[in-house]
Each structure stands twice: as structure tokens, then as C-alpha cells.
Design a protein around this ligand. Structure first.
Ligand SMILES: Nc1ncnc2c1ncn2[C@@H]1O[C@H](COP(=O)(O)OP(=O)(O)OP(=O)(O)O)[C@@H](O)[C@H]1O
Length: 274
């Protein structure tokens, strides 16, 4: 097993994440014995994990190991896949989100999502951000909320004079920040991100990484990434899924990257497979 002097990847694990790492963990999401099937195929197998509030949790692992499936369970996006079946418990503040009395639309208001490919609506920048608020029947100061969300997504200064232009006319990185503004406008507690930078150039990706660091002050962030350097740079906790949909290691990011408990995780992180 490696020691901290013999780190598994070249990127340093940041230990100074604006004081977040020193805060004790308060569980906001917990999976217990979570199984997910697509028809007869099991995509997640007995997953147990506790995701802490106001921190960044990275989900890593080889292709097809169930990372996106796990993310989509959290806000019940898997409901839209007819063959998908979920067993076990996935609780948000102690309430199983799969209980009959949970309204998935209300859940998604509290657990927002940002996807791999920026997907703004073919609407103005303003209307993209206002969209979710209008659906909610928000009757407060819309201009102020739109500005606040765009500022929160580090986009306001770039777009404040063109709020009526189409969101589709922005660059890829700006479009992704617009999608983040759209996700935070309804003031969720959790933001799920499924490979949010993989379609972006390195400069745009780096801006999103900085933004994720800021967002974690206010929100709980769960991010799926294929990029291990990114996971090491931006996350407080790392969950490693391996083939068969098993969560094989979950710990502080520094521990996972510098001295993992599981030999298979070390092999994965050092690029021996995956
Ligand atoms: N809509 C679906 N219908 C049927 N099977 C699916 C569906 N979505 C995912 N699967 C299967 O579930 C397993 C896990 O897929 P998932 O997309 O969650 O993995 P992943 O780790 O996110 O993969 P990647 O890194 O390639 O995006 C795979 O075997 C995949 O084929």
C-alpha cells in the first residue's frame, strides 16, 4: 500500500478547501443496501454510503460501474426509465425518497442536477434562469433572484448586458455555468453533477472547478467524474465504484488517493485498469 509520500497520482490533493475539511460531517443523504436493476441486470449492488452536507463528494470508477445510476437515484431521475427498479433505502434528511408519499418534482426542487453536456433551453439567458422559479409559482423579486443565481454561477459579469440574448449563443463553458445558475435559482440543498466538465475545454473546465469549490460553501455537491485529478483537486470525500456496481471504498479524498484500503482501488487509481 502507498504512503502519503508515494501518492498514487501526480496531482496534489488540496487540504485547504476553505476550511470545509475541518467541519464535522453531517449526513444529508444516505444509501443503505441500495440495489438498482435495469430489467434483470443489476447496476448497483448493496450500496451503503453517507454523503455529508456542504461538502463535495466525488463518485469515481470505470465505465459502466453505476456512477450515473447512483446519481440519478438521488433525485429519482431513474423513475423515467421504465425498466429501472430500485430496492433498499435512499434517504434525504432521514426520509426515504422512494416512499410513496414523496413527490419527485418536489424532491428535484431540493436536489438539482447539472448534466455532462450543457443543455440550456432555447430561450433567453434570463428565461433559462427564471424557468424553474416560474414553475414553482415564485412571486418574489424575479430580477433579483435571476441576478443572484447568475452571480452564484460566476456568470453575471459576462452576461448582465445581454440577458435577453439566447442561452444557446453562449460559449460551452458559459452555457454550463448558465445550467448551474438554472439549477441553483430554485435554491436547492444538493446539486448533482454528472461529468459537468467533460465536454469543456481546460480553461472552461477550470472555471467550473473553481465554481464547485465556491458552491460547496452553500450547497452539498455530488459529482461524477472520470477525471481522477479533478476528483483529487475538488472533492472532500471520494466514493469509488468498481465493476458490478459495488461501492468498494468511501473515505476522505486524501486517504482514497494517497493510501486506499482496497488493493483494487489502488490498481484503479494508478491506471492498472478502467
Ligand atoms: N437506461 C438504461 N437501460 C438499461 N441499462 C442501463 C441504462 N442505463 C445504464 N444501464 C446499465 O447500467 C450499468 C451502469 O451504467 P451507468 O451509466 O450508471 O454507469 P457509469 O459508471 O455512469 O458509466 P459511464 O462512466 O460509462 O458513464 C451499465 O451496465 C449500463 O449498461
Amino acid at each position: 500500500m502507498s504512503t502519503s509520500e508515494d501518492s498514487l497520482i501526480t496531482t496534489e490533493v488540496s487540504s485547504e478547501r476553505t476550511g470545509r475539511s475541518d467541519r464535522p460531517d453531517e449526513t444529508v443523504l444516505a444509501a443503505r443496501d441500495l440495489d438498482v436493476y435495469y430489467g434483470d441486470e443489476r447496476a448497483l449492488a448493496s450500496v451503503d454510503v453517507e454523503i455529508p452536507e456542504h461538502k463535495v463528494t466525488a463518485i469515481i470508477g470505470p465505465s459502466g460501474c453505476g456512477k450515473s445510476t447512483f446519481l440519478r437515484c438521488i433525485n429519482r431521475m431513474n423513475d423515467q426509465i421504465a425498466v429501472c427498479r430500485v430496492d433498499g433505502d435512499l434517504s434525504f434528511h432521514g426520509k426515504n425518497v422512494y416512499d410513496d408519499d414523496v413527490d419527485p418534482v418536489a424532491l428535484r426542487r431540493r436536489v438539482g442536477m447539472v448534466f455532462q453536456k450543457p443543455n440550456p433551453f432555447p430561450k433567453s439567458i434570463y428565461d433559462n434562469v427564471a424557468y424553474g422559479l416560474r414553475i414553482q409559482g415564485f412571486d418574489g423579486d424575479m430580477d433579483a433572484r435571476v441576478e443572484e443565481a447568475l452571480r452564484g454561477a460566476a456568470l453575471w459579469d459576462e452576461v448582465k448586458d445581454q440577458l435577453d440574448s439566447s442561452g444557446l449563443d453562449l460559449s460551452g463553458g458559459q452555457q454550463q455555468r448558465l445550467c448551474i445558475a438554472r439549477a441553483i435559482a430554485p435554491d436547492p440543498e444538493v446539486i448533482l453533477m454528472d461529468e459537468p466538465t467533460s465536454a469543456l475545454d481546460p480553461v472552461a473546465a477550470s472555471k467550473i472547478e473553481d465554481l464547485i469549490d465556491e458552491l460547496a460553501e452553500q450547497y452539498t455537491v455530488v459529482i461524477v467524474t472520470h477525471n481522477m485529478q479533478q476528483a483529487a483537486r475538488i472533492s472532500d470525500k471520494t466514493a469509488v465504484f468498481l465493476t458490478g456496481g459495488k461501492l468498494v471504498e468511501f473515505n476522505e479524498t486524501a486517504k482514497v488517493f494517497e493510501n486506499p484500503d482496497e488493493p483494487r482501488v489502488e490498481e484503479y487509481i494508478t491506471g492498472k485498469f478502467g
